[in-house]
Design a protein around this ligand. Structure first.
Ligand code: ADP
Ligand code: MG
Length: 356
């Protein structure tokens, strides 16, 4: 019988999957080996309680090195199976030979090695998945912290303006009409500050995974609120040109995280200032968002490396922004295409399937 799938199911899938695999194995051996099924069923029935108690008592998932426990479990189970088969041949009066014992021991060792290999692979894959999520989080934190300074700066402006108007209003000789005008301006400034803060916070909050139908053109205002402070700090203008009603199936917050990454890169590519163009339009069933800068551009080699983790040419860069962006857009069934020319500029085109 095959112990390895059985053990893997119990170790990683829990009791339910373990029992299902056991049942499948018993049915299978009945089909192919006929009378031998009694032995398989007997071994399985004896092994299951042992496997379960071993898993629960060893609490192996919280111990390291993890590989040791499944390997030991496989060794013991294989040894038990071997003993049963010895017993079987004993009752059938088949004499033991040295080679049959050696084969049995080999059987145990091979089980142990295979199980350690499988555990190693599974743990490796799990670690990789966790690492990917960690990347996304750390990238987000980094972008947030970089934007924070400019956002704070941008909020100070409306404050100063509002304060100035308040000071004027405090003087008695201001006419009613002017009072009304100033108050309206103060409210406008404070609303602007509030929008910046709420958009910043919505970028910062933990993101839900689910996709929803949304109009990409409505994101431009949010994006502008978020990125304008940073752009003006680096002397960059942002020109939006969005068709209305760009319906897509996506997750608004994640898409925003990606757009912030791309616009931020565009802004950082223009150290001497310039204009960043952001265009959104429909093309057949597709929605495209184009982010074009006329900054430093990239060489062919740099383009090739774009999106590999930790690839950055910036002193404070993380080299995670592009990788995270590619991954986010991929989960929406879209692509990011990049064209770039050294010293001329770069164009990112995010293409997403449209939703009707
Ligand atoms: P980071 O911005 O932290 O360096 P990214 O993954 O966002 O990491 O970008 C990786 C690298 O790709 C950047 O360091 C830069 O060299 C290059 N790059 C990205 N966007 C642009 C752009 N618009 N113009 C020129 N180079 C870019
Ligand atoms: Mg970046």
């Amino acid at each position: 019988m095959s112990l390895i799938p059985l053990l893997a199911a119990f170790l990683y899938g829990g009791i339910g999957s373990g029992l299902i695999v056991s049942a499948v194995e018993i049915v299978f051996s009945y089909y192919f080996h006929g009378p031998e099924v009694e032995w398989v069923a007997l071994i399985t029935v004896f092994l299951i309680p042992f496997i379960l108690s071993f898993i629960y008592l060893s609490n192996w998932k919280h111990k390291s090195p993890k590989i040791m426990f499944p390997a030991l479990l496989a060794l013991i189970c294989a040894f038990a199976t071997f003993c049963v088969s010895l017993f079987d041949s004993f009752t059938n009066e088949i004499p033991f030979t040295l080679s049959s014992i050696l084969i049995g021991l080999g059987y145990c060792v091979i089980h142990m090695l295979t199980m350690s290999m499988i555990t190693f692979l599974i743990e490796h894959i799990k670690e990789n998945l966790a690492l990917r999520q960690e990347f996304q989080k750390s990238e987000k934190l980094n972008v947030l912290s970089e934007l924070a300074a400019s956002v704070a700066h941008e909020i100070r402006n409306p404050m100063t303006v509002a304060r100035g108007f308040m000071q004027i209003l405090n003087q008695s000789q201001v006419s009613e009409e002017k009072k009304r005008m100033y108050t309206a301006m103060v409210i406008e400034e404070i609303d602007r500050a509030q929008n910046i803060i709420s958009d910043y916070l919505s970028l910062a909050k933990p993101q839900a995974e689910k996709l929803e139908k949304l109009d990409a053109s409505t994101l431009s205002q949010k994006l502008a609120n978020l990125i304008n402070p940073y752009a003006s700090l680096l002397n960059v203008q942002i020109a939006f040109e969005m068709e209305s009603y760009l319906w897509i199936l996506a997750n608004g917050e994640k898409l925003m995280q990606c757009l912030v990454n791309l616009t931020k890169n565009g802004i950082e590519a223009m150290p001497d200032g310039g204009t960043l163009q952001i265009r959104g339009y429909k093309e057949k069933d597709l929605v495209r968002i184009e982010i074009r800068d006329n900054g430093i551009g990239m060489t062919h080699e740099q383009l090739e490396r774009l999106g590999t983790p930790f690839y950055s040419t910036k002193q404070k860069g993380t080299g995670l922004g592009m990788m995270v962006s590619y991954r986010i857009i991929k989960t929406f069934g879209g692509t990011i295409d990049v064209t770039s020319q050294l010293n001329k500029g770069t164009c990112f085109v995010v293409t997403l399937p449209g939703a009707s």
